[in-house]
Write a protein that binds this ligand. Sequence first.
Ligand code: B12
Ligand code: SF4
Ligand code: SF4
Length: 392
Amino acid sequence: MLNQTERTQWIKTCGSELGFDLVGIVHPQSLTAGEESVETWVSEGRHGTMRYLEQFRERRERLEHDVGGIRSVIVLGVNYYSGVERQAASGEGGVFQGRVARYAWGRDYHEVIGQKHARMIERLQKELGAEFRAKSCVDTQALPERYAAVRAGFGFTGKHTNLLSKQYGPWLFLSEIVTNLDLAEDQPAQGTCGTCVHCQKVCPTGALDEDYRMDARRCIAYLTIEYKGIIPREMRPQIKDWLFGCDECLAICPFTAHSQETKWPELRAEAGAGVALNVTELFSLKTNSAYEKRFEGTALLRAGRKQMLRNAWLVLGNSGDERAVPYLIEALEDSAPLVRLHAAWALGRFSSQGARDALQRHLAVEQDPKARQETLYALEVGPQVDKDRGVS
Ligand code: B12
Ligand code: SF4
Ligand code: SF4
Protein backbone atom coordinates (compact mmCIF):
# COMPACT_ATOMS: atom_id res chain seq x y z
CA MET A 1 0.00 0.00 0.00
CA LEU A 2 1.52 3.33 -1.09
CA ASN A 3 1.54 6.30 1.30
CA GLN A 4 0.36 9.75 0.13
CA THR A 5 3.80 10.91 -1.05
CA GLU A 6 4.55 7.68 -2.91
CA ARG A 7 1.12 7.62 -4.50
CA THR A 8 1.51 11.25 -5.66
CA GLN A 9 4.91 10.48 -7.12
CA TRP A 10 3.57 7.38 -8.86
CA ILE A 11 0.75 9.38 -10.44
CA LYS A 12 3.18 12.02 -11.65
CA THR A 13 5.37 9.33 -13.21
CA CYS A 14 2.30 7.83 -14.89
CA GLY A 15 1.48 11.25 -16.39
CA SER A 16 5.04 11.72 -17.67
CA GLU A 17 5.09 8.23 -19.16
CA LEU A 18 1.92 9.02 -21.08
CA GLY A 19 3.64 12.06 -22.57
CA PHE A 20 2.41 14.95 -20.39
CA ASP A 21 5.12 17.59 -20.21
CA LEU A 22 4.13 18.89 -16.79
CA VAL A 23 2.22 17.20 -13.99
CA GLY A 24 1.30 18.88 -10.71
CA ILE A 25 -1.21 18.61 -7.90
CA VAL A 26 -3.46 21.23 -6.37
CA HIS A 27 -6.22 20.93 -3.77
CA PRO A 28 -9.68 22.27 -4.68
CA GLN A 29 -9.75 24.70 -1.76
CA SER A 30 -6.66 26.40 -3.22
CA LEU A 31 -8.66 27.35 -6.32
CA THR A 32 -11.15 29.65 -4.56
CA ALA A 33 -9.39 32.92 -5.49
CA GLY A 34 -9.21 31.82 -9.15
CA GLU A 35 -12.90 30.91 -9.19
CA GLU A 36 -13.84 34.26 -7.65
CA SER A 37 -11.72 36.01 -10.25
CA VAL A 38 -13.66 34.25 -13.05
CA GLU A 39 -16.98 35.20 -11.42
CA THR A 40 -15.98 38.85 -11.04
CA TRP A 41 -14.82 38.91 -14.64
CA VAL A 42 -18.14 37.49 -15.82
CA SER A 43 -20.13 39.90 -13.62
CA GLU A 44 -18.37 42.75 -15.44
CA GLY A 45 -19.65 41.39 -18.75
CA ARG A 46 -16.12 40.80 -20.09
CA HIS A 47 -17.06 37.32 -21.28
CA GLY A 48 -19.35 38.70 -23.99
CA THR A 49 -21.69 36.00 -25.31
CA MET A 50 -19.87 33.02 -23.74
CA ARG A 51 -22.91 32.20 -21.61
CA TYR A 52 -21.56 28.88 -20.34
CA LEU A 53 -19.16 30.87 -18.14
CA GLU A 54 -22.16 32.33 -16.30
CA GLN A 55 -23.09 28.97 -14.76
CA PHE A 56 -19.63 28.45 -13.29
CA ARG A 57 -20.80 27.58 -9.75
CA GLU A 58 -23.56 25.18 -10.81
CA ARG A 59 -21.26 23.41 -13.26
CA ARG A 60 -18.58 23.16 -10.60
CA GLU A 61 -21.08 21.57 -8.20
CA ARG A 62 -22.02 19.02 -10.84
CA LEU A 63 -18.36 18.15 -11.32
CA GLU A 64 -17.97 17.74 -7.55
CA HIS A 65 -21.02 15.48 -7.52
CA ASP A 66 -19.76 13.34 -10.45
CA VAL A 67 -16.57 12.51 -8.59
CA GLY A 68 -18.27 12.11 -5.22
CA GLY A 69 -16.17 14.89 -3.65
CA ILE A 70 -13.01 16.28 -5.25
CA ARG A 71 -9.98 16.01 -2.96
CA SER A 72 -7.21 16.61 -5.50
CA VAL A 73 -6.81 18.08 -8.95
CA ILE A 74 -4.09 16.52 -11.11
CA VAL A 75 -3.01 19.35 -13.42
CA LEU A 76 -1.46 18.34 -16.73
CA GLY A 77 0.45 20.52 -19.17
CA VAL A 78 1.07 19.77 -22.84
CA ASN A 79 3.60 21.77 -24.83
CA TYR A 80 2.09 22.46 -28.26
CA TYR A 81 4.83 24.57 -29.82
CA SER A 82 5.82 23.27 -33.24
CA GLY A 83 8.11 25.80 -34.87
CA VAL A 84 7.25 28.04 -37.85
CA GLU A 85 6.95 31.56 -36.60
CA ARG A 86 4.83 33.18 -39.22
CA GLN A 87 3.15 32.27 -42.46
CA ALA A 88 3.15 34.79 -45.28
CA ALA A 89 0.06 36.93 -45.30
CA SER A 90 -2.54 36.94 -48.04
CA GLY A 91 -2.13 37.22 -51.75
CA GLU A 92 0.62 34.94 -52.99
CA GLY A 93 0.01 33.57 -56.47
CA GLY A 94 -3.72 34.15 -56.21
CA VAL A 95 -3.88 32.17 -53.00
CA PHE A 96 -5.21 34.05 -50.01
CA GLN A 97 -3.86 32.80 -46.75
CA GLY A 98 -5.84 33.34 -43.56
CA ARG A 99 -3.85 32.65 -40.43
CA VAL A 100 -4.84 30.03 -37.89
CA ALA A 101 -3.76 30.41 -34.26
CA ARG A 102 -1.10 27.92 -33.24
CA TYR A 103 -3.32 26.07 -30.80
CA ALA A 104 -5.51 24.92 -33.72
CA TRP A 105 -2.80 23.86 -36.17
CA GLY A 106 -2.85 20.14 -35.37
CA ARG A 107 -5.58 17.75 -34.25
CA ASP A 108 -8.17 19.11 -31.83
CA TYR A 109 -6.43 19.14 -28.44
CA HIS A 110 -9.69 18.40 -26.62
CA GLU A 111 -9.79 15.00 -28.30
CA VAL A 112 -6.06 14.29 -28.27
CA ILE A 113 -5.66 15.13 -24.59
CA GLY A 114 -9.03 13.60 -23.65
CA GLN A 115 -7.87 10.25 -25.07
CA LYS A 116 -4.65 10.41 -23.04
CA HIS A 117 -6.70 11.21 -19.93
CA ALA A 118 -8.81 8.11 -20.56
CA ARG A 119 -5.67 5.96 -20.67
CA MET A 120 -4.33 7.55 -17.52
CA ILE A 121 -7.60 7.07 -15.63
CA GLU A 122 -7.75 3.44 -16.76
CA ARG A 123 -4.24 2.86 -15.50
CA LEU A 124 -4.94 4.48 -12.14
CA GLN A 125 -8.19 2.59 -11.80
CA LYS A 126 -6.38 -0.72 -12.35
CA GLU A 127 -3.84 0.09 -9.68
CA LEU A 128 -6.04 1.85 -7.13
CA GLY A 129 -9.22 -0.17 -7.48
CA ALA A 130 -12.86 0.67 -6.98
CA GLU A 131 -12.35 3.46 -4.43
CA PHE A 132 -10.70 5.62 -7.11
CA ARG A 133 -13.07 8.10 -8.78
CA ALA A 134 -11.99 10.60 -11.39
CA LYS A 135 -13.18 12.84 -14.20
CA SER A 136 -11.32 14.21 -17.18
CA CYS A 137 -11.43 18.00 -17.68
CA VAL A 138 -10.08 19.53 -20.87
CA ASP A 139 -10.91 23.22 -21.21
CA THR A 140 -14.68 22.97 -20.96
CA GLN A 141 -15.24 22.17 -17.27
CA ALA A 142 -15.81 24.74 -14.53
CA LEU A 143 -12.19 24.99 -13.44
CA PRO A 144 -9.94 28.07 -13.62
CA GLU A 145 -7.24 26.19 -15.49
CA ARG A 146 -4.57 28.86 -15.56
CA TYR A 147 -4.96 29.55 -11.89
CA ALA A 148 -4.80 25.81 -11.15
CA ALA A 149 -1.58 25.60 -13.19
CA VAL A 150 0.01 28.47 -11.25
CA ARG A 151 -0.94 26.79 -7.97
CA ALA A 152 0.43 23.47 -9.22
CA GLY A 153 3.79 25.14 -9.83
CA PHE A 154 3.79 25.30 -13.66
CA GLY A 155 4.54 29.01 -13.96
CA PHE A 156 2.92 32.40 -13.43
CA THR A 157 0.19 34.40 -15.16
CA GLY A 158 1.50 36.94 -17.64
CA LYS A 159 -0.13 40.27 -18.42
CA HIS A 160 -1.63 38.67 -21.54
CA THR A 161 -3.43 36.42 -18.99
CA ASN A 162 -1.78 33.23 -20.25
CA LEU A 163 0.32 30.96 -18.15
CA LEU A 164 4.05 31.45 -18.64
CA SER A 165 6.28 28.49 -18.02
CA LYS A 166 10.04 28.80 -17.65
CA GLN A 167 10.34 25.43 -19.39
CA TYR A 168 7.93 25.93 -22.30
CA GLY A 169 7.03 29.63 -22.54
CA PRO A 170 3.38 30.46 -23.31
CA TRP A 171 2.57 27.46 -25.55
CA LEU A 172 0.99 25.04 -23.10
CA PHE A 173 -2.38 23.34 -23.12
CA LEU A 174 -3.78 22.86 -19.65
CA SER A 175 -6.06 20.08 -18.49
CA GLU A 176 -6.97 18.29 -15.28
CA ILE A 177 -8.06 14.99 -13.86
CA VAL A 178 -10.14 15.69 -10.77
CA THR A 179 -10.23 12.86 -8.26
CA ASN A 180 -11.38 11.77 -4.84
CA LEU A 181 -7.79 10.76 -3.97
CA ASP A 182 -5.92 12.68 -1.33
CA LEU A 183 -2.61 13.64 -2.96
CA ALA A 184 0.27 15.86 -1.83
CA GLU A 185 -0.13 19.45 -3.08
CA ASP A 186 2.66 21.23 -4.97
CA GLN A 187 4.01 24.68 -4.17
CA PRO A 188 2.75 27.56 -6.34
CA ALA A 189 5.23 28.97 -8.84
CA GLN A 190 6.56 32.52 -8.54
CA GLY A 191 7.34 34.96 -11.32
CA THR A 192 6.49 38.34 -12.75
CA CYS A 193 6.42 40.24 -16.03
CA GLY A 194 8.31 43.12 -14.43
CA THR A 195 7.98 46.31 -16.43
CA CYS A 196 7.34 44.55 -19.75
CA VAL A 197 4.13 45.55 -21.54
CA HIS A 198 4.82 44.16 -25.04
CA CYS A 199 1.62 42.10 -25.19
CA GLN A 200 -0.59 45.03 -24.21
CA LYS A 201 1.04 47.23 -26.83
CA VAL A 202 0.86 44.69 -29.66
CA CYS A 203 -2.77 43.65 -29.12
CA PRO A 204 -4.46 44.99 -32.28
CA THR A 205 -7.86 45.53 -30.64
CA GLY A 206 -6.90 46.80 -27.17
CA ALA A 207 -8.33 43.69 -25.47
CA LEU A 208 -5.59 43.66 -22.83
CA ASP A 209 -6.86 46.81 -21.22
CA GLU A 210 -5.74 46.03 -17.66
CA ASP A 211 -2.70 44.17 -16.29
CA TYR A 212 -3.50 40.41 -16.08
CA ARG A 213 -7.04 40.90 -17.37
CA MET A 214 -8.70 41.01 -20.73
CA ASP A 215 -11.92 42.15 -22.27
CA ALA A 216 -12.86 39.10 -24.34
CA ARG A 217 -15.35 41.16 -26.34
CA ARG A 218 -12.39 42.83 -28.01
CA CYS A 219 -10.18 39.76 -28.42
CA ILE A 220 -9.74 38.41 -31.96
CA ALA A 221 -9.75 34.85 -30.59
CA TYR A 222 -13.23 35.52 -29.21
CA LEU A 223 -14.50 37.43 -32.25
CA THR A 224 -13.37 34.85 -34.81
CA ILE A 225 -14.16 31.67 -32.84
CA GLU A 226 -16.63 32.10 -29.99
CA TYR A 227 -18.71 34.99 -31.25
CA LYS A 228 -21.36 34.00 -33.74
CA GLY A 229 -22.75 37.39 -34.76
CA ILE A 230 -21.80 40.51 -36.70
CA ILE A 231 -18.24 41.54 -35.91
CA PRO A 232 -18.17 45.21 -34.82
CA ARG A 233 -17.16 47.35 -37.75
CA GLU A 234 -14.36 49.19 -35.97
CA MET A 235 -12.61 45.88 -35.19
CA ARG A 236 -12.74 44.36 -38.65
CA PRO A 237 -9.57 46.05 -40.02
CA GLN A 238 -7.65 45.08 -36.84
CA ILE A 239 -8.36 41.40 -37.49
CA LYS A 240 -6.06 41.69 -40.51
CA ASP A 241 -5.39 38.16 -41.81
CA TRP A 242 -6.43 36.23 -38.70
CA LEU A 243 -8.94 33.67 -39.89
CA PHE A 244 -9.23 31.64 -36.71
CA GLY A 245 -7.92 32.86 -33.34
CA CYS A 246 -4.96 35.13 -32.74
CA ASP A 247 -1.45 34.74 -31.32
CA GLU A 248 -0.10 38.29 -31.41
CA CYS A 249 0.22 38.72 -27.64
CA LEU A 250 1.80 35.29 -27.19
CA ALA A 251 4.20 35.52 -30.12
CA ILE A 252 5.69 38.79 -28.91
CA CYS A 253 6.20 37.60 -25.34
CA PRO A 254 9.90 37.35 -24.35
CA PHE A 255 9.02 34.05 -22.67
CA THR A 256 8.76 32.49 -26.14
CA ALA A 257 12.56 32.21 -25.82
CA HIS A 258 11.78 29.14 -23.67
CA SER A 259 9.77 27.43 -26.44
CA GLN A 260 10.66 23.83 -27.25
CA GLU A 261 9.43 21.53 -30.01
CA THR A 262 6.38 19.52 -28.97
CA LYS A 263 6.65 15.77 -28.40
CA TRP A 264 3.04 15.35 -29.51
CA PRO A 265 2.93 14.59 -33.28
CA GLU A 266 -0.87 15.00 -33.29
CA LEU A 267 -0.45 18.68 -32.42
CA ARG A 268 1.88 19.52 -35.27
CA ALA A 269 0.59 21.51 -38.24
CA GLU A 270 1.01 18.54 -40.63
CA ALA A 271 -1.48 16.52 -38.57
CA GLY A 272 -4.38 18.96 -38.82
CA ALA A 273 -5.58 22.26 -40.21
CA GLY A 274 -2.10 23.74 -40.74
CA VAL A 275 -0.73 27.21 -40.00
CA ALA A 276 -2.95 28.99 -42.51
CA LEU A 277 -5.83 28.23 -44.83
CA ASN A 278 -6.44 29.14 -48.39
CA VAL A 279 -9.46 31.33 -47.88
CA THR A 280 -10.73 30.67 -51.38
CA GLU A 281 -10.89 26.95 -50.61
CA LEU A 282 -13.77 27.72 -48.28
CA PHE A 283 -15.84 28.50 -51.39
CA SER A 284 -15.78 24.87 -52.37
CA LEU A 285 -17.35 23.87 -49.06
CA LYS A 286 -20.93 24.64 -49.98
CA THR A 287 -22.69 22.88 -47.10
CA ASN A 288 -22.20 22.50 -43.36
CA SER A 289 -21.51 18.81 -43.82
CA ALA A 290 -18.80 19.51 -46.43
CA TYR A 291 -17.23 21.94 -43.96
CA GLU A 292 -17.45 19.42 -41.12
CA LYS A 293 -15.91 16.69 -43.24
CA ARG A 294 -13.02 18.92 -44.33
CA PHE A 295 -12.13 20.01 -40.77
CA GLU A 296 -13.08 16.85 -38.93
CA GLY A 297 -10.93 16.25 -35.85
CA THR A 298 -9.61 19.81 -35.74
CA ALA A 299 -10.52 22.73 -33.47
CA LEU A 300 -11.78 24.61 -36.54
CA LEU A 301 -15.16 22.96 -36.07
CA ARG A 302 -15.66 25.25 -33.08
CA ALA A 303 -16.56 27.93 -35.63
CA GLY A 304 -19.19 26.74 -38.07
CA ARG A 305 -19.05 27.24 -41.82
CA LYS A 306 -20.98 30.51 -41.65
CA GLN A 307 -18.67 32.04 -39.04
CA MET A 308 -15.62 30.89 -40.94
CA LEU A 309 -16.87 32.47 -44.18
CA ARG A 310 -17.59 35.67 -42.24
CA ASN A 311 -13.97 35.68 -41.04
CA ALA A 312 -12.66 34.77 -44.49
CA TRP A 313 -14.29 37.79 -46.12
CA LEU A 314 -12.71 40.07 -43.54
CA VAL A 315 -9.32 38.56 -44.39
CA LEU A 316 -9.95 39.19 -48.10
CA GLY A 317 -11.20 42.72 -47.44
CA ASN A 318 -8.17 43.47 -45.33
CA SER A 319 -5.79 42.01 -47.93
CA GLY A 320 -6.15 45.03 -50.22
CA ASP A 321 -5.55 42.63 -53.13
CA GLU A 322 -7.90 43.32 -56.04
CA ARG A 323 -7.84 39.63 -56.95
CA ALA A 324 -10.13 39.11 -53.96
CA VAL A 325 -12.96 41.08 -55.60
CA PRO A 326 -14.48 38.26 -57.75
CA TYR A 327 -14.65 35.99 -54.70
CA LEU A 328 -16.36 38.67 -52.65
CA ILE A 329 -18.87 39.35 -55.43
CA GLU A 330 -19.74 35.66 -55.46
CA ALA A 331 -20.09 35.74 -51.67
CA LEU A 332 -22.88 38.33 -51.99
CA GLU A 333 -25.02 35.45 -53.30
CA ASP A 334 -24.66 33.36 -50.11
CA SER A 335 -27.90 32.28 -48.45
CA ALA A 336 -26.77 33.55 -45.01
CA PRO A 337 -27.22 37.28 -44.31
CA LEU A 338 -24.22 37.16 -41.94
CA VAL A 339 -21.99 36.03 -44.80
CA ARG A 340 -23.40 38.58 -47.27
CA LEU A 341 -23.04 41.40 -44.76
CA HIS A 342 -19.33 40.78 -44.19
CA ALA A 343 -18.74 40.26 -47.92
CA ALA A 344 -20.36 43.65 -48.58
CA TRP A 345 -18.15 45.32 -46.00
CA ALA A 346 -15.07 43.70 -47.52
CA LEU A 347 -16.04 44.80 -51.04
CA GLY A 348 -16.39 48.33 -49.71
CA ARG A 349 -12.66 48.20 -48.99
CA PHE A 350 -11.99 48.22 -52.75
CA SER A 351 -12.50 51.28 -54.89
CA SER A 352 -12.39 49.51 -58.26
CA GLN A 353 -15.36 49.94 -60.58
CA GLY A 354 -16.10 46.21 -60.50
CA ALA A 355 -16.47 46.22 -56.71
CA ARG A 356 -18.67 49.31 -56.67
CA ASP A 357 -20.93 48.09 -59.49
CA ALA A 358 -21.42 44.78 -57.68
CA LEU A 359 -22.40 46.59 -54.49
CA GLN A 360 -24.88 48.76 -56.42
CA ARG A 361 -26.46 45.70 -58.00
CA HIS A 362 -26.57 43.97 -54.65
CA LEU A 363 -28.32 46.92 -53.01
CA ALA A 364 -31.20 46.46 -55.42
CA VAL A 365 -31.83 42.88 -54.30
CA GLU A 366 -30.66 42.63 -50.68
CA GLN A 367 -33.66 41.98 -48.41
CA ASP A 368 -32.00 41.59 -45.03
CA PRO A 369 -32.09 45.00 -43.25
CA LYS A 370 -28.63 44.68 -41.63
CA ALA A 371 -26.92 43.34 -44.76
CA ARG A 372 -28.60 46.13 -46.73
CA GLN A 373 -27.38 48.76 -44.28
CA GLU A 374 -23.86 47.36 -44.57
CA THR A 375 -24.05 47.51 -48.37
CA LEU A 376 -25.03 51.15 -48.21
CA TYR A 377 -22.18 51.83 -45.78
CA ALA A 378 -19.75 50.02 -48.07
CA LEU A 379 -20.79 52.17 -51.02
CA GLU A 380 -20.31 55.33 -49.01
CA VAL A 381 -16.90 54.71 -47.44
CA GLY A 382 -14.77 52.95 -50.09
CA PRO A 383 -12.30 55.78 -50.74
CA GLN A 384 -11.90 56.33 -46.98
CA VAL A 385 -10.66 52.78 -46.67
CA ASP A 386 -7.91 53.37 -49.19
CA LYS A 387 -6.85 56.25 -46.97
CA ASP A 388 -6.74 53.83 -43.97
CA ARG A 389 -4.38 51.65 -45.94
CA GLY A 390 -2.12 54.56 -46.75
CA VAL A 391 -3.11 54.72 -50.45
CA SER A 392 -3.11 58.35 -51.55
C1 B12 B 1 -12.97 31.76 -21.99
C2 B12 B 1 -11.61 31.38 -22.54
C3 B12 B 1 -11.08 32.18 -23.53
C4 B12 B 1 -11.65 33.54 -23.89
C5 B12 B 1 -11.25 34.55 -22.81
C6 B12 B 1 -9.75 34.53 -22.49
C7 B12 B 1 -9.35 35.07 -21.14
N1 B12 B 1 -8.18 35.64 -21.08
O1 B12 B 1 -10.09 34.96 -20.17
C8 B12 B 1 -11.05 33.77 -25.30
C9 B12 B 1 -12.00 33.21 -26.35
C10 B12 B 1 -10.74 35.22 -25.66
C11 B12 B 1 -9.80 32.90 -25.22
C12 B12 B 1 -8.68 33.10 -25.99
C13 B12 B 1 -7.56 32.31 -25.95
N2 B12 B 1 -7.44 31.16 -25.27
CO1 B12 B 1 -8.76 30.49 -23.98
N3 B12 B 1 -9.83 29.83 -22.58
C14 B12 B 1 -10.91 30.26 -22.04
C15 B12 B 1 -11.34 29.34 -20.89
C16 B12 B 1 -12.41 28.38 -21.39
C17 B12 B 1 -11.83 30.07 -19.63
C18 B12 B 1 -10.93 31.24 -19.21
C19 B12 B 1 -11.54 32.09 -18.14
O2 B12 B 1 -12.19 31.58 -17.23
N4 B12 B 1 -11.35 33.41 -18.25
C20 B12 B 1 -11.76 34.34 -17.25
C21 B12 B 1 -10.52 34.85 -16.51
C22 B12 B 1 -10.81 35.85 -15.41
O3 B12 B 1 -9.98 33.70 -15.90
P1 B12 B 1 -8.48 33.23 -16.15
O4 B12 B 1 -8.07 33.42 -17.53
O5 B12 B 1 -8.36 31.87 -15.60
O6 B12 B 1 -7.77 34.34 -15.28
C23 B12 B 1 -6.78 34.08 -14.36
C24 B12 B 1 -5.67 35.09 -14.45
O7 B12 B 1 -6.08 36.21 -15.16
C25 B12 B 1 -5.38 35.34 -12.98
N5 B12 B 1 -5.49 36.73 -12.58
C26 B12 B 1 -6.58 37.48 -12.55
N6 B12 B 1 -6.29 38.68 -12.04
C27 B12 B 1 -4.96 38.67 -11.74
C28 B12 B 1 -4.14 39.62 -11.19
C29 B12 B 1 -2.79 39.34 -10.97
C30 B12 B 1 -1.93 40.35 -10.35
C31 B12 B 1 -2.28 38.06 -11.33
C32 B12 B 1 -0.84 37.71 -11.13
C33 B12 B 1 -3.13 37.09 -11.90
C34 B12 B 1 -4.45 37.43 -12.09
O8 B12 B 1 -6.28 34.60 -12.21
C35 B12 B 1 -7.38 34.31 -13.00
C36 B12 B 1 -8.16 33.19 -12.47
O9 B12 B 1 -7.75 31.94 -12.91
C37 B12 B 1 -9.98 28.60 -20.59
C38 B12 B 1 -10.12 27.19 -20.05
C39 B12 B 1 -10.48 27.18 -18.59
N7 B12 B 1 -11.44 26.37 -18.22
O10 B12 B 1 -9.90 27.89 -17.77
C40 B12 B 1 -9.26 28.66 -21.95
C41 B12 B 1 -7.75 28.86 -21.94
C42 B12 B 1 -7.46 29.94 -20.95
N8 B12 B 1 -7.47 29.35 -23.28
C43 B12 B 1 -6.33 28.96 -23.77
C44 B12 B 1 -5.80 29.37 -25.01
C45 B12 B 1 -4.66 28.54 -25.57
C46 B12 B 1 -6.29 30.50 -25.67
C47 B12 B 1 -5.68 31.24 -26.86
C48 B12 B 1 -4.14 31.29 -26.85
C49 B12 B 1 -6.19 30.62 -28.19
C50 B12 B 1 -5.84 31.43 -29.44
N9 B12 B 1 -4.60 31.56 -29.80
O11 B12 B 1 -6.71 31.93 -30.12
C51 B12 B 1 -6.30 32.65 -26.69
C52 B12 B 1 -5.43 33.54 -25.79
C53 B12 B 1 -5.93 34.91 -25.63
C54 B12 B 1 -5.45 35.54 -24.33
N10 B12 B 1 -4.62 36.56 -24.42
O12 B12 B 1 -5.87 35.07 -23.27
C55 B12 B 1 -5.60 28.06 -22.79
C56 B12 B 1 -4.48 28.87 -22.12
C57 B12 B 1 -3.27 28.07 -21.78
C58 B12 B 1 -2.22 28.89 -21.10
N11 B12 B 1 -0.97 28.53 -21.31
O13 B12 B 1 -2.50 29.85 -20.43
C59 B12 B 1 -6.78 27.63 -21.84
C60 B12 B 1 -6.38 27.36 -20.40
C61 B12 B 1 -7.41 26.37 -22.49
C62 B12 B 1 -6.61 25.12 -22.22
N12 B12 B 1 -7.29 24.09 -21.75
O14 B12 B 1 -5.43 25.01 -22.44
N13 B12 B 1 -9.95 31.94 -24.26
S1 SF4 C 1 -5.18 37.02 -28.74
FE1 SF4 C 1 -4.87 38.80 -30.10
S2 SF4 C 1 -6.68 40.11 -29.83
FE2 SF4 C 1 -6.64 38.59 -28.13
S3 SF4 C 1 -5.59 39.64 -26.45
FE3 SF4 C 1 -4.01 38.53 -27.60
S4 SF4 C 1 -3.26 40.01 -29.13
FE4 SF4 C 1 -5.18 40.80 -28.33
S1 SF4 D 1 4.75 40.13 -23.23
FE1 SF4 D 1 5.77 40.93 -21.38
S2 SF4 D 1 4.06 41.72 -20.14
FE2 SF4 D 1 3.16 40.38 -21.67
S3 SF4 D 1 3.03 38.41 -20.62
FE3 SF4 D 1 4.98 38.40 -21.78
S4 SF4 D 1 6.46 39.11 -20.26
FE4 SF4 D 1 4.47 39.63 -19.45
